[in-house]
Design a protein around this ligand. Structure first.
Ligand code: IMP
Length: 507
């Protein structure tokens, strides 16, 4: 007979955190949201940490380069979706890595004979306004000059004229020698009051560009998540089907983290694929996997597949219909608590700490806070980011309100069947495990994320903690009854929203 476990599948909304003694040092300014993403031995540091405990979901309608750049700037990380050809995923990873390095490889370059029209097209396509001119129009050709949008008037000049008539020639350009440090490059920009510094090698060929705006940007974002070469950190999804081709291409492109994107990772397929990656790259890659909902599955992936972190969650995602379709899954709070318990036991026994991620189903900031209080080292979210300007989808107006489309990886639209068939039958009769939906637009990541983080920090202060590690260690959590849940909302007052609704109705 099937075994029925005693535990009831519970969700985060059923819990509350009790305040602990807040000491004088417990102010939001003192809170550090740094969190590990890669396994580490007791007393040692994780090879990679995030500055905020948030990763965006590996989904077509969520994690493209624009979001990855903005989220890394805020201290978190995106997982670029793998339900696309290897080449286009690689191109997205490269776009993130190129975006900001201090030293950037120029992506829009001109030849002296190119017409101004070409420069205008570049400006419109990329939003950038500075273009080096090289003898062959490549990013490493002999540097001849620089053209910016201030050097010509689009509506006055003859746009068929060659750019050489308008560029600032190399003799009048301030440039840096290949090999100078970023600090020296910024000092040159500052001294000469320039916006862009081309870097040239001994032969006079272009190697990089350094921009003043990147320096300013860095000062404004002290939490930004950068690699050793000062490029943004980014993760990329992988699957158990084409990993032999996809993984080398992503590593080559500079992906800092690889993560198996699977609805159920408790499989021999994931083990086999992970061991292949480990054998080829050793500790050079940070590799996560999942998803799991039990301590048993966690132990399997950690012991057998040698993963660096494990993701938790089946069936809780906002666009997910896995539970309805197949009857598998588990309440996200129960899943997190079970896996965290197994992780802590594993740490006690082996001295190795494995970070875990709560993936999907967080419908508000409170749930995110609870996931971290229950011991998740970071969370992964889809809907939250799908609603921002930076997600890769187009805005849509429905009845005068702005929305963005948001669809599951298991929906027919995403056609990410690899996420749902770990490597088994190729003739699977397909059925959907996700829906195709819309979400309202809430603004830019740079507006919504600070608010969420500020609530998290405030709760941590209430519990008398300043690090996520001590937060989950000390949090006192209570189960709430349905009645006390109602008590937690507003009662017997007219809220602002209600007033607006009435006005809309009357008006
Ligand atoms: P959300 O933050 O609640 O929107 O959930 C996002 C998470 O749902 C992702 O990170 C995936 O783990 C999961 N997911 C993505 N697409 C699907 C789907 O089509 N069906 C079920 N789960 C999905």
């Amino acid at each position: 007979m099937a075994q029925i476990i005693k535990d009831i599948s519970r969700t985060f909304s059923e819990y509350l955190i009790l305040p602990g003694l807040s000491k004088k040092k417990n102010t939001v300014e003192n809170v550090n949201l740094g969190t590990p993403i890669c396994k580490f031995k007791k007393g040692k540091k994780s090879r990679l940490t995030m500055n905020i405990p948030i990763m965006s979901a590996c989904m077509q309608s969520v994690s493209g380069p624009d979001l990855a750049i903005e989220l890394a700037r805020q201290g978190g990380m995106s997982c670029i979706f793998c339900s696309q050809p290897i080449e286009s995923q690689v191109e997205m990873v490269k776009k993130v890595k190129r975006h900001k390095a201090g030293f950037v490889t120029s992506t829009i370059n001109l030849k002296p004979s190119d017409p101004l029209l070409k420069a205008i097209r570049f400006i419109k396509e990329t939003g950038h306004s500075t273009m080096p001119v090289t003898d062959d129009g490549s990013d490493s050709g002999k540097f001849l000059g620089i053209l910016t949008d201030k050097d010509f008037w689009e509506y006055e000049d003859n746009l068929n004229n060659p750019v050489k008539n308008y560029m600032t020639p190399v003799e009048r350009v301030i440039w840096g020698k290949d090999g100078i440090s970023l600090k020296q490059a910024n000092a040159l920009l500052h001294k000469h009051k320039k916006q862009c510094l081309p870097i040239l090698n001994k032969k006079g060929n272009l190697t990089h560009l350094v921009f003043t705006k990147d320096f300013v940007d860095h000062q404004n974002h002290p939490d930004e998540l950068l690699d050793n070469e000062k490029r943004f950190v980014v993760a990329a999804g992988i699957n158990t089907h084409d990993y032999r081709e996809r993984v080398p291409a992503l590593v080559e492109a500079g992906a800092n983290v690889l993560c198996f994107d699977s609805s159920d990772g408790y499989t021999e397929f994931q083990k086999e694929a992970a061991l292949w990656v480990r054998k080829k790259y050793g500790k050079k890659v940070v590799m996560g996997g999942g998803n799991v909902v039990s301590g048993k599955a966690f132990n399997y992936l950690v012991k057998e597949a040698d993963l660096d972190f494990v993701k938790i969650g089946i069936g809780g995602g906002s666009i997910c219909i896995t539970r309805e379709q197949k009857g598998i899954g588990r309440g996200q709070a129960s899943a997190v608590m079970d896996v965290v318990e197994a992780r802590n036991q594993y740490f006690k026994k082996t001295g190795t700490y494995i970070p875990v991620c709560s993936d999907g189903g967080l419908i508000n900031d409170t749930q995110l806070i609870l996931a971290l209080a229950m011991g998740a080292d970071f969370v992964m979210m889809g809907r939250y980011f799908a609603m921002t300007f930076e997600s890769p989808t187009k805005k849509i107006s429905i009845k005068d309100k702005l929305y963005k489309p948001y669809w599951g990886e298991g929906s027919n639209r995403a056609k990410n069947w690899k996420r749902y068939s770990e490597g088994g039958s190729k003739n699977k009769l397909e059925f959907e495990e996700g829906v195709d939906a819309y979400v309202p637009i809430v603004g830019s990541v740079k507006e919504v994320l600070p608010l969420t983080l500020s609530k998290l920090k405030s709760t941590m202060c209430n519990t008398g903690t300043t690090t996520l590690q001590s937060f989950s260690k000390n949090a006192l959590i209570t189960l709430v009854s349905e009645q006390s849940f109602i008590e937690g909302g507003t009662s017997s007052v007219v809220t602002f929203d209600q007033t607006r609704l009435d006005q809309d109705y009357l008006g």
